[in-house]
Design a protein around this ligand. Structure first.
Ligand SMILES: Cc1ncc(COP(=O)(O)O)c(C=O)c1O
Length: 397
């Protein structure tokens, strides 16, 4: 595309052209159907292995009904920020239900998982304080940490010994916090939370986990990583999202009431940005209701993921070290991953290639997101497509 530029914007067109030359320009596909296991992308019906819609709730009839019902009763928008315009009972109810679901004293909802991190980290630490951060933490943790102005000390990915060493070396501090993703979204591996709890407790350091990809996936009935490791009461702050397994959009922070009440006073995205919309909030409430009443969807998700991983390994693919339904199909160089994704799409399977800088150079992959929305037939069709493309491109024998 040719851009109309002037002296102030010509550099942007140059930057965009450079991205295109390097094969790093994001082209966003258009989805013309509801978000589900089967979708229509750019006019083509395909099987969807890209979405974080782990439980298939994004188009669940009960969530749709709950959203419509709430619109009829409360309208759409929250009107303004909650501290100024008052809060809707719906938001309070969601927070109470989430707190009970997760087994914590209190919970606060925010507009997204991203803003939940931006709200939480700068409210808890500031200049003169220290954040110990896993080197592979999500961008929203990195941005929240930078906003806080605290010193950021990165430790090697999931390396508790390195964390201990970094703690020992960091002697100048006010307050301290350890922050980790619960599930790392590019590899599907899980943080060593029990060991992190020990370190945090030995050194009297706050511990925060961002459980965006564990919410609705890990633990009993999808209660998250803290429940998965049975660490209730030992992790100070759980950040989460309702944009993935819950199938809607929204963020949450769960933990001790003293922390949640503080976030209502000092969390800037809470104080200076409007709340979740009415249909989103009602749909999230229904998602909690569904999760609390049955673990059927979580069980199906894991069954699908195990089957997919097992069959891909048997076919000869390298699927990394995932311990979750995220399956990275390791391919190496970005052009190969892109070609692989393009050919899968031709065969009716939508699975995105991920390359540098999202993952390190030489570690490009197709990231397969398994969900409960896939049937056995869907998985067999996807496996057949992977086999055929893998053989055609010489990735498997
Ligand atoms: C670890 C982590 N935190 C936060 C987010 C952001 O969540 P949301 O999409 O709700 O803003 C993501 C999403 O990619 C994530 O993986």
């Amino acid at each position: 595309m040719d851009y109309a530029t002037d002296s102030k914007t010509a550099w942007l067109a140059e930057e965009i052209n450079t991205l295109k030359e390097q094969g790093l320009f994001n082209t966003i596909r258009t989805i013309e159907s509801a978000m589900d296991g089967h979708i229509t992308v750019d006019g083509k019906p395909v099987l969807n292995f890209c979405a974080n819609n782990y439980l298939g709730l994004a188009n669940h009839p009960r969530l749709r009904e709950a959203a419509k019902h709430a619109i009829d009763k409360y309208g759409i928008g929250p009107g303004a920020v909650r501290t100024i315009a008052g809060t809707m009972s719906l938001h309070n109810r969601l927070e109470e239900r989430l707190a009970a679901f997760k087994g914590v004293e209190a919970c606060i909802s925010l507009q997204s998982g991203f803003t939940a991190n931006l709200a939480t980290i700068p409210a808890l630490v500031g200049r003169g304080d220290v954040i110990f951060s896993d080197e592979l933490n999500h961008a929203s943790i990195i941005d929240g940490s930078r906003l806080s102005r605290a010193t950021i000390v990165r430790y090697r990915h999931n390396d508790v010994d390195d964390l201990r060493q970094k703690i020992a070396e960091t002697t100048e501090y006010g307050r301290r916090i350890i922050i980790t993703d619960g599930v790392f979204s590019m590899d599907g591996d899980i943080a060593p939370l029990p060991e992190l709890c020990e370190v945090a407790s030995e050194h009297d350091i706050l511990l925060m986990v961002d459980d965006a990809h564990g919410e609705g996936v890990l633990g009993r009935g999808g209660r998250g990583i803290v429940d998965h490791f049975d660490l209730h009461g030992k992790v100070d702050i759980e950040v989460g999202t309702m944009s993935k397994a819950f199938g809607v959009v929204g963020g949450m922070v769960a933990g001790k009431r003293v922390i949640i009440d503080w976030l209502k006073q000092r969390g800037r995205p809470f104080l200076f940005s409007s709340a979740m919309t009415v249909p989103d909030t009602a749909a999230c409430l229904e998602a909690v209701e569904i999760l609390e009443s049955s673990d059927e969807l979580v069980t199906r998700l894991w069954r699908n993921a195990e089957l997919f991983k097992r069959e891909m390994t048997t076919l000869g693919f390298d699927v990394g070290h995932s311990a979750t339904p995220i399956v990275p199909v390791m391919l190496g160089e970005a052009p190969l991953a892109q070609e692989f994704s393009r050919r899968l799409f031709e065969q009716g399977v939508f699975a995105m290639a991920i390359g540098y800088p999202t993952v390190p150079q030489g570690k490009a992959r197709i990231r397969v997101m398994n969900t409960a929305a896939h049937s056995q037939d869907d998985l067999e069709q996807a496996l057949a497509a992977f086999e055929s493309v893998g053989k055609a491109l010489g990735v498997i024998g």
